[in-house]
Design a protein around this ligand. Structure first.
Ligand SMILES: [Zn+2]
Length: 93
């Protein structure tokens, strides 16, 4: 669902590679973090909603009204947080 990462649609091979159901043989490195499990397994419903709101924002849509000042402070802070994490993870080591 989120950027094509939804464990229920993965084949058995992909689930093994991502660590959707069982830990990977070696950790996947995401920036400075390491995980043996698919990142999707860490996401609860609230996180999914925030990521969806971020994706909609990137496509030009806000949940409340059309202007920046009409949005909640929590949404604006979450957008800034997600953008800073994307920037951090996009840096070459
Ligand atoms: Zn998964």
């Amino acid at each position: 669902m989120m950027n094509g990462v939804d464990c229920q649609y993965c084949t058995a091979t992909i689930k093994k590679v991502r660590g959707c159901e069982e830990p990977r043989d070696a950790p996947a490195k995401i920036g400075k973090y390491e995980t043996y499990y698919c990142p999707r397994t860490y996401m609860d419903g609230k996180i999914s909603v925030w990521i969806e709101a971020f994706n909609q924002y990137k496509n030009g849509f806000f949940p409340s009204g059309t202007g920046w000042l009409e949005q909640s402070m929590k949404l604006l802070q979450t957008i800034n947080l997600i953008e800073s994490l994307i920037e951090e993870f996009s840096k070459k080591e």
